[in-house]
Design a binder for this molecule. Structure first.
Ligand code: INS
Length: 291
């Protein structure tokens, strides 16, 4: 949590002078607490998910998941029906909410709509950003679906949650092709050229491209990197950034405010909101699409 705020201060020094903000009734520093102050069962659930993720997300693993999922031959479904599936998904990596993911989708979308009433694509981005989590209903364990992401094939960033111990059993840590600062990449190669740990961000990004959605490139970037906390909040991996990536980072950070700080127990009136969002789905990614 502090990490987030310190990084915000780096990007915008005027942040230094402001008192700590309160979002959804909580101090900013009360979000993303991975170690302390969490109800024991939640704490254990979150820790376990990351331990499995950090032990098993290797270059080989990501390649195998990409080969499997990026054929988009698993099922056909509308965006709305996929969203409805999130009624049954509680994200096991998330220390800030215990509610079904559909609630978080509407909380995010509605807070964006309030602040940016004219940017309808941004509202829809908020609504669908976690939709890739449907993979959890088609055989993927949560550790390969949810949670913060990080690049594979190079040294793990210091700001990754549980970083100190959670990678101990990951074989890539002993592989000289992958365990150096640059690993299998070149300096400034561009964030989009990094192979990210497999999860809902990359899957949904690729799915939207595959199905020719009309969402703008800013939306696609926010979707693709919203869980890449070690970059957008931790300030790690900057040595891979191209000049274009700094622009993208600004959008991702902008999105993060709505994604993270709207997590609360206040449930929006989803039934009432559907007609508005159905229109946006029809505009940007209509009909039955391939998953
Ligand atoms: C978020 C974030 C959270 C994680 C969620 C993900 O973007 O990375 O920390 O628990 O699964 O959707």
């Amino acid at each position: 949590p502090q990490q987030n705020r310190n990084y915000a201060k780096l990007l915008d020094p005027s942040e230094q002078l402001r008192p700590e903000p309160i979002y959804a009734g909580k101090l900013q520093s009360e979000f993303r607490k991975f170690d302390e102050d969490l109800e024991d069962s939640i704490k254990e659930r979150v820790r376990k998910t990351y331990e499995l993720m950090h032990s098993n997300q290797t270059v080989e693993f990501v390649k195998s998941r990409m080969k499997d999922w990026l054929k988009f031959n698993k099922f056909k479904m509308t965006i709305k029906d996929a969203l409805l599936k999130l009624n049954d998904l509680v994200d096991e990596s998330d220390p800030d909410t215990n509610l079904p993911n559909i609630v978080h989708a509407f909380q995010t979308a509605e807070s964006i709509r309030e602040e940016h009433p004219d940017l309808d694509w941004f509202h829809l981005t908020g609504l669908i950003h976690d939709l890739g989590k449907v993979m959890a209903f088609y055989g993927e364990p949560q550790w390969a679906v949810v949670g913060d992401t990080f690049p594979v094939g190079c040294a793990w960033g210091d700001s990754i949650v549980y970083r100190a111990t959670s990678f101990d059993n990951n074989p890539d840590g002993k592989d000289s092709r992958y365990n150096t600062k640059y690993g299998m990449y070149k300096p400034q190669c561009g964030i989009s050229n990094l192979m990210m740990s497999w999860g809902h961000d990359e899957y949904l990004y690729r799915l939207l491209v595959h199905n020719k959605s009309k969402l703008p490139k800013e939306a696609l970037a926010m979707i693709r990197y919203h869980s890449f906390y070690p970059w957008h909040a931790g300030g790690d991996y900057m040595h891979f950034c191209s000049s274009e990536d700094y622009k993208i980072l600004k959008w991702v950070v902008k999105f993060n405010k709505f994604d993270l700080y709207t997590k609360s127990n206040a449930v929006p009136d989803i039934e009432k909101l559907w007609p508005y969002y159905e229109k946006l789905i029809d505009k940007y990614i209509p009909g039955v699409i391939e998953w």
